[in-house]
Design a protein around this ligand. Structure first.
Ligand SMILES: [Zn+2]
Length: 701
């Protein structure tokens, strides 16, 4: 069996080396590379092509084959894989092998193109392609791919194409429109910010949770290929339009309208919030208005073990209103005034099979047919989370905790019982145990192991036994042991945490402070960690792991270590979602971050390639290059990795668009067996994060 596998992989290696040498051809890695080598199967000629970023309606387009710059004579044109046209432009494609003809059909057009033919037929009319650059076939990753000129086809389909040279990006948009008015409609079911536009445009929105790092929360909506020319000119000052809401109505402070980019023109709507609010954006065809509706959203539902208890965690955008119902062996959590954002609202069932939880699911409740006798009206917008249990339970056996924007459904009685733990900020927290009667307890503290041990009689309180790794840089873990007549509570403090015993007659209270975080010289230094890829963009794929997953683990570990030193940290993503490249940079710029560190894993067709490298877009030693240098030095040393050096990549979107020193660290090769297995161990990830921290500290000195 083993020899067979080996033989197979030899064939693959041979194939790869025939197609291209030393080039990354792994899906979705193009933005991190300067050239991609492909071979024309008809001529046998191979060439190194510059990959381009593709954007459509303000969204990054992730394809398994990159768009490329293709030069013929003195002309250069962008060619894109035909799959891009099919998947993103909604056209029908037909391929005739004998004549190598491509027919693109839309409702009112038939475009016929032919490989290597500089002429096309549009509704039967012969038309010369721009610069005479014809569609070509290129062998990529072992498959023949058809590349077609993107500008020509976009023009034919009535779409605008803009070239953003700085970041080698092709942006395709609906025709340009103008924003003329903005107002708040507070009479509708949900408050709506309505933006009058001359026609349909694409909108791309993201959230800046500024309050997490002491700034203001914002919803940012970009109207793609849109200019603004407000009728009410009194709103405009210094090129920025302001619509004041004020006094915390609906949690909105004000709405600002600004020109975000001239090419293509993007109008940015920034909603400044007084509290966290959810939102969705849609186009109201009847009134020609883009609408930002303030409505809660359910963003993630997960199964977690919290306080040793199987828990379903529902993550929302704003403080949720909800209702819990128990029906037989099912728990229903209805989140009011919310729409389901996960997978664009698709109903989903996730198997769990742990403890009493068989599975959980979520869906948008269809209330359209609801009448007078129903609990909800047809106007209610409700996300329902259902938890399927192995047996029927009573209300006493479910415990709900809502914490900011989360609902936690514990499938047990209150797992904390009389125990409580509350984090006050990054450096301080409190633990308490309620007592029935005034009672004495025994306390020991072992400085070497940073362990507080409390012993108290089981007559004076009720506790549940659990082990819980808190790992919040204040407390490492709690462990409650039930010894029958006694409870033993073990509290393991994080490094640099001190405690004060504030116990009274009816409760045990400990106040914890991490002195290092509290007194940190970095408490005003904000670092944005940019976790590469995510969601539908896996990044490079290894035999056992995906880049996006390893990058997330490394980023979360980096966050933990930086916070331990008292840094302020903001993550562009901390779960498996995709964030647009320009948005990642915009978030860091908006927060006025001090440093920007993007975390990625490398890949290469040559599976021998191994080691670490750090990319930068600024050649200043006090800027990105200096930071890259410092981080690279520690990565090489601490990981004992091959030094691939720092790499100047001026066109990378996230590095080029960020205004602060920024770097992109490639922590190893997922395409190399040894690197991949290391990248999958927590100890390597911990060391890699530690090395980046050392690099950051060295740079800040
Ligand atoms: Zn990457």
């Amino acid at each position: 069996m083993k020899s067979k596998l080996l033989a197979l992989s030899c064939i693959f290696t041979l194939l790869f080396s025939m197609i291209s040498t030393h080039q990354i051809v792994f899906a979705n890695k193009f933005i991190e590379t300067d050239t991609v080598t492909m071979t024309n199967p008809l001529t046998g000629e191979s060439g190194a092509y510059t990959p381009v970023n593709l954007m459509m309606g303000g969204e990054d387009v992730i394809t398994d084959v990159p768009g490329i710059l293709y030069t013929s004579g003195t002309s250069t044109r962008t060619l894109v894989p035909i799959s891009f046209i099919v998947e993103r432009m909604g056209a029908d494609i037909e391929w005739k092998q004998a004549t190598r003809e491509i027919t693109i059909n839309t409702t009112n057009k038939e475009i016929v193109l032919q490989i290597d033919n500089p002429y096309a037929y549009v509704n039967g009319k012969k038309t010369k392609l721009p610069d005479g650059i014809a569609p070509i076939l290129l062998l990529f990753n072992g498959n023949n791919k058809t590349f077609v000129p993107v500008k020509f086809i976009s023009d034919q389909l009535g779409l605008d194409v803009n070239w953003i040279g700085d970041t080698r990006t092709v942006a395709i948009n609906k025709p340009v429109q103008t924003l003329t008015n903005v107002y708040l409609d507070y009479m509708s079911q949900f408050p709506e910010i309505r933006l009058k536009v001359t026609g349909d445009v694409d909108a791309n929105s993201f959230v800046i949770s500024g309050s997490d790092v002491g700034e203001q929360d914002k919803i940012v909506v970009d109207l793609e290929n849109t200019k603004f020319d407000l009728q009410d000119t009194s709103m405009v000052k210094n090129g920025v339009g302001t619509y004041k809401v004020g006094d915390g109505i609906f949690g909105i402070d004000r709405v600002e309208i600004s020109q975000n980019s001239p090419n293509p023109p993007t109008t940015r709507i920034t909603v400044f919030l007084d509290e966290k609010r959810g939102h969705d954006v849609y186009y109201d065809e009847a009134s020609h208005e883009m609408v930002i509706r303030l409505i809660n959203t359910v963003n993630e539902v997960t199964h977690e073990k919290i306080y040793g208890t199987d828990t379903i965690v529902i993550d929302t955008s704003e403080k949720p209103n909800y209702n819990i119902n128990l029906v037989g062996d099912q728990i229903f959590v209805d989140v009011f005034n919310s729409y389901l954002k996960i997978d664009e609202g698709m109903s989903t069932i996730v198997p769990v099979n742990q403890g009493k939880i068989e599975a959980y699911g979520y869906s948008q409740l269809d209330t359209s047919h609801y009448g007078a006798n129903d609990v909800y009206t047809s106007r209610d917008v409700i996300t329902r989370v259902a938890v399927n249990l192995t047996e029927s339970i009573t209300y006493d056996e479910v415990y709900i905790e809502d914490d900011g924007t989360q609902i936690k459904v514990f499938v047990s009685e209150n797992p904390l019982n009389n125990f409580d733990y509350v984090r006050l900020n990054d450096a301080k927290s409190n633990m308490s145990i309620r007592l029935f009667e005034s009672a004495s307890f025994n306390k020991t503290y072992d400085a070497a192991s940073r362990m507080i041990t409390l012993t108290l009689s089981s007559d004076v309180t009720d506790l549940n036994k659990f082990e819980f790794g808190v790992d919040d840089n204040i407390i490492e873990s709690f462990d409650i042991i039930d010894k029958g007549s006694q409870y033993v509570v073990k509290i393991k403090l994080a490094e640099d945490t001190t405690y004060v015993d504030n116990s009274t007659t009816d409760q045990i209270v400990f106040a914890f402070t991490n002195r290092a975080i509290l007194d940190s010289e970095y408490s005003n230094t904000l670092i944005v960690i940019d976790t590469g890829h995510g969601g539908h963009d896996s990044g490079a794929t290894g035999t056992l792991a995906k880049e996006k997953d390893i990058a997330l683990k490394a980023s979360l570990e980096l966050e933990r270590q930086l916070k331990q030193l008292g840094f302020k940290v903001y993550m562009t993503r901390d779960d498996d979602t995709y964030v647009e490249l320009y948005d990642r940079a915009d978030i860091a710029n908006d927060l006025n971050a001090d440093l920007f560190v993007s975390i990625h894993i490398n890949a290469h067709t040559n599976s021998e390639a191994s080691g670490v490298e750090v990319l930068h877009a600024s050649q200043s030693t006090s800027g990105g290059m200096g930071l890259a240098d410092d981080i690279q030095n520690y990565l090489v040393k601490d990981l004992n990795a091959i030094d691939r050096g720092i790499v100047y990549r001026p066109n990378l979107v996230v590095l080029r668009e960020t205004k602060m020193p920024s770097v992109l660290a490639e922590l190893g090769f997922i395409s190399n067996a040894s690197d991949q297995s290391k990248l999958m161990t927590p100890s390597y990830i911990e060391k890699a994060a530690g090395a980046i921290v050392k690099g950051i500290k060295a740079y800040l000195k």
